[in-house]
Write a protein that binds this ligand. Sequence first.
Ligand code: ADP
Ligand code: MG
Length: 275
Amino acid sequence: MTAQALDEYDYDDDHSDGLSHPKPRGADFSHGIALYLEEVSVWFDSFRALNNLSLYIEEGELRCIIGPNGAGKTTLMDVITGKTRPTEGSVFFGQTYNLATMSTEQIAESGIGRKFQKPTVFENFSVLDNLLLAAPKDKRVMGSLRRRLDADTRNTLEATLEQIRLTDKTRLPAGLLSHGQKQWLEIGMLLMQSPKLILLDEPVAGMTDAETEHTAELCLRLKQNHTLIVVEHDMSFIDAISEKVTVLAQGAILAEGTLAEVQENEAVIESYLGR
Ligand code: ADP
Ligand code: MG
């Protein structure tokens, strides 16, 4: 963050008493599990996109999900974020949030952030304004006469810009960023919401090798403070970031383990990796 860029925004310390007051987040991970999917099925008419799927994601885990096109990977993310309702089964965020009963907005507010396959940044807006627009609604400052940033927002903004390597691009219209930088900006827009769980759907699709490497580094940094689920086809990227890998095929789990383990799995070789 350049000092000038932020100085345009007044620092709002009206309520400052020298203590930080982080907004409490409701998600209860006391059992060590961030996400529970239990016997989830999704039917589209007579087609079953998810088939009795059970999946547990531990808090702080970085779970990679791979599998052939049509396996149900995006549908899985749709179910977690409320875009698609499970036809059967249950989906819980921590101990308390029953995601199947919540709206997409409520789910986002509960601490789940998702990056879609295609970046959806506002091309005419600067990097900085894109990030500020993505801040929680009660913190938004766009259009106000005095563009005031509270301390939390300013801290999140600075940390986010550093994470996504766009500190020296704050004033640039997002439309002038490279494809990779746009993807990072979109990840930054997620980070402005301080999500606990981050879902990334094919984050390195269309990226150069160097951008892919930077995205792997970003994911590993994000893992320090977030739980992540990453869907990707790029095996060198998966190799760089993965711990536990889940292979999805025809809406069900085909194999689970380290990348090396699933790559040796006969069923995975047959249905996905090829011989
Ligand atoms: P992946 O992301 O693993 O490639 P998807 O989850 O996008 O797979 O899709 C899984 C299957 O469900 C595909 O056959 C797809 O055509 C189907 N599908 C996904 N969304 C819908 C929908 N809204 N209506 C009907 N079929 C869908
Ligand atoms: Mg998909």
